[in-house]
Design a protein around this ligand. Sequence first.
Ligand code: UFG
Length: 351
Amino acid sequence: MKILVTGGTGYIGSHTVVELQTAGFEVIIVDNLSNSKAEISDAIGKITGTKPVLEVFDLTDKGKTADFFRRHNDIKGIIHFAAKKAVGESVEKPLLYYRNNLESLINVLEGMIENNIPNFVFSSSCTVYGQPDELPVSESAPIKKAESPYGNTKQISEDIIADTVKVTDLKAIALRYFNPIGAHESAIIGELPPGIPDNLLPYITQTALGIREKLRVFGDDYNTPDGTAIRDYIHVVDLAEAHVVAIQRMIEGKIKIDFEVFNLGTGNGYSVMEVIESFEKVTGLKLNYEIVGRRKGDVEQVWADPSFSNKELGWKAGKGLDEMVASAWKWEKAFREDPALKDGETDIELI
Ligand code: UFG
């Protein structure tokens, strides 16, 4: 059974391809490699024994996307990761984000409708909740005004999908990710942020290796037990497994409404300081860090109520913080040694 994974050489995409192949699906990847490398499909092959087919083109190209679907009308489902995701960059370049993230979505949906491909899984984000009024946050919490054009593309994308399923045979599941971290246990694939990382874990691991001088902890005056901001960190492999469950649910006709939405989190919130402590504990290293002011646009605290996804999907994120942090560290060290991935270039990002 053939599944298209757009953005399949990216961070979450590549881990999902591994889990799909392991579950017996045939995977075809479309990626423009704007933030990743073709070698990732070799790396996936090293893990699973089957190198996924990779077609390199940009899904914002309507003609190429339509041609792709004409050649692959036997696809049973699509998991759509391909998107730009840097919050700060989206503020600087809003039109780039709106054009890239929305045009590609529209082209994919049109291709699906024209070729009667009914099953669509969409990468969404807990960013749609902003700072929720109640914690933990469930899927029925109100959608808050987006803090960034990136966040807005996720909200608009969900609206586009909701409107489309109403008038077509398309069925969709949106998965709202909390904070994915960690890497595959093989340390053959993982997160490769471009340049200076925005996100906490890559910043920590790069600091520990001496690539960055020190971690800046953005704010210790939040209304949280230790004053630092709280997030729901989820292991990327747990996240990847949820995508397999979601696509299987659709293929087996178990979807209950035409557009379902699920939180993908653990239900546990950890502060920045708790993540640092976990890192120091599992590595035995002392991390160089300093407390600085709050980062603009950050919410104070957010963690998931995963009970609906646990019940409906029969899925649960099982990996704890120490395990996630240890796998991120193992990957960071392995990646720095790997000439195929390193190749003199670290300035790449996996979505
Ligand atoms: N942080 C630091 N120092 C850093 C980096 C991060 O203290 O150098 C803190 C942040 O202030 C925040 C926490 O670590 O409190 C997590 O920050 P990340 O940047 O790792 O993650 P965010 O929660 O800001 O963002 C993530 C995704 C976004 C998504 C958002 C939804 O990266 O794509 O979750 O809430 F939009």
